[in-house]
Design a protein around this ligand. Structure first.
Ligand SMILES: Nc1ncnc2c1ncn2[C@@H]1O[C@H](COP(=O)(O)OP(=O)(O)OP(=O)(O)O)[C@@H](O)[C@H]1O
Length: 341
C-alpha cells in the first residue's frame, strides 16, 4: 500500500545540511494501522510530508498503491492527494464555517453536486457521532468534538489512507481513548489504512498493528506491536515501553528487598499460550521449591496475553537451579541485576 525504499530527505540550510530522514525502508500494508513513534526532531513529520507528497525525497522511492509518487507531476500529485485524508493535533478547522461546512469543504473543492454533499455530510456526522452538531461552529465544540469533525472532513472524499499527525496529543486521556476508538472504527468498518505519528507509546499500544521507532532520521526498529513490546531490541524502544509499563519495582523497593535479605530476583516473561498454563506452580512444586511474585503484571496486548513477573525462589540451591533450567525451556528468564531500575 505504502512502500518506502531507501528514502532520504535532506534540507539545506545555507551551508548546513539537515538530514531529516535517512535511508528509510518501510512497508505499510493495506488495512493496517501503522504507528511511527519518536522523540521530537526524530523525523516523523518529514516522513508524513513525504507520504502526502508535500515534500519530495532527496533520494529513494515512495510507492503509494504501486505508483511511484516521487516521480509524479504537480497536477497528478494533487489528484493523488485526494486519496489521502489527514487529521492534525490542532484540528485545523475553519472557525468561520459550521461543522457541516467544514466537512463539506473538500467535497466542494472536488466539485461534488450539492445534493450529494448534503447526503454525505449527514452520513459522516452520524459516523463520527455528531449528528446534533451540524450547525455549530468549531469554537462551540470541545477538543474531542473538534477532532471528530476533523476525522469526518478527512473521510469526506472516501480516501483509502488516513494520516494522523499527533491527532490525540492535545486531548485529555478519556477523550484520547474515545478518538482512538473512533480511529479503530474507521480502520475496521471502512477498511482505511491508517498511518499515524506520535510521541506517546500508549497510542501505539492501544490501536496499532505495526510500529516503527524513529531516531535521528532513521528507523531504528520496526515490526509487529506485540513482538516489539515484548522483546524491544533498541534502548530507545525500551524507554518508550517503560513510559507505559514499568517492568521493575522502583530502585528503593529493590534496595529494601536486598537489605532485608531477599534472595536473587528473576524476571519471568510469559507470552501467548504460556500465560494460560500454571507453569510456575507446576515446576516449583515438582522440585519442592517455593516462589514469591514480588512484582509484575499480566497484560493484554493486541488480543494476546503478555506477563512480566519478578519472582524469587526459595529452597535447596540445586532444586532452585533445576527450576530455573526447566522454566528456561518454556518462558524467557533472566536474573534481575543489582543496578537495574
Ligand atoms: N523545512 C525544513 N527545513 C529545514 N529543516 C527541517 C525542515 N523540516 C524539518 N526539518 C528538520 O528536520 C529534523 C526532523 O524534523 P521533523 O519535524 O520531521 O521531526 P519530528 O520527529 O516530527 O519532530 P516533532 O515531533 O518535534 O515535530 C529536525 O532537525 C528539523 O529541524
Amino acid at each position: 500500500m505504502i512502500e518506502f525504499k531507501d528514502v532520504s530527505k535532506t534540507f539545506s540550510l545555507g551551508k548546513r545540511d539537515v538530514h531529516a530522514v535517512k535511508n528509510v525502508s518501510l512497508s505499510i500494508s493495506k488495512g493496517e494501522i501503522f504507528g511511527i513513534i519518536g522523540f521530537s526532531g526524530a523525523g516523523k513529520s518529514t516522513l508524513l510530508r513525504l507520504v502526502n507528497m508535500l515534500e519530495r525525497p532527496t533520494s529513494g522511492t515512495i510507492f503509494i498503491q504501486d505508483i511511484d509518487v516521487s516521480k509524479l507531476s504537480s497536477k497528478d500529485l494533487r489528484t493523488r492527494r485526494r486519496n489521502i485524508g489527514m487529521i492534525f493535533q490542532n484540528f485545523n478547522l475553519f472557525n468561520s464555517r459550521t461543522v457541516a461546512g467544514n466537512i463539506a469543504y473538500p467535497l466542494k473543492l472536488a466539485g461534488t453536486p450539492k445534493r450529494e454533499i448534503n447526503k454525505r455530510v449527514k452520513e459522516l456526522l452520524n459516523f463520527v457521532g455528531l449528528a446534533d452538531k451540524e450547525k455549530d461552529f468549531p469554537d462551540q465544540l470541545s477538543g474531542g468534538q473538534k477532532q471528530r469533525v476533523g476525522i469526518a472532513r478527512a473521510l469526506a472524499t472516501s480516501p483509502d489512507i488516513l494520516i494522523c499527525d499527533e491527532a490525540t496529543s492535545a486531548l485529555d486521556p478519556d477523550t484520547t481513548a474515545d478518538i482512538l476508538k473512533l480511529l479503530k472504527k474507521v480502520n475496521r468498518d471502512l477498511g482505511i489504512t491508517i498511518l499515524l505519528i506520535t510521541h506517546e507509546m500508549h497510542v501505539i499500544q492501544s490501536i496499532c498493528d505495526k510500529v516503527a521507532v524513529m531516531e535521528d532520521g532513521e528507523v531504528i526498529e520496526d515490526g509487529n506491536v506485540f513482538e516489539t513490546f515484548t522483546d524491544p531490541q533498541h534502548e530507545t524502544t525500551q524507554r518508550f515501553i517503560h513510559s507505559v509499563q514499568s517492568d521493575l519495582p522502583s530502585k528503593q523497593i529493590l534496595k529494601e528487598w536486598r537489605s532485608s535479605g531477599g534472595g536473587k530476583l528473576y524476571r519471568v516473561i510469559f507470552k501467548g499460550d504460556a500465560t494460560n498454563d500454571p507453569v510456575l506452580s507446576t515446576i516449583t512444586k515438582k522440585h519442592d521449591v517455593d516462589f514469591n511474585i514480588v512484582y509484575g503484571a499480566v497484560r493484554e496486548l493486541q488480543e494476546k496475553l503478555f506477563g512480566n513477573l519478578i519472582v524469587s525462589f526459595t529452597g535447596d540451591a540445586s532444586a532452585v537451579q533445576n527450576v530455573l533450567n526447566e522454566l528456561n525451556t518454556i518462558v524467557e528468564l533472566e536474573e534481575v541485576i543489582e543496578n537495574e531500575g
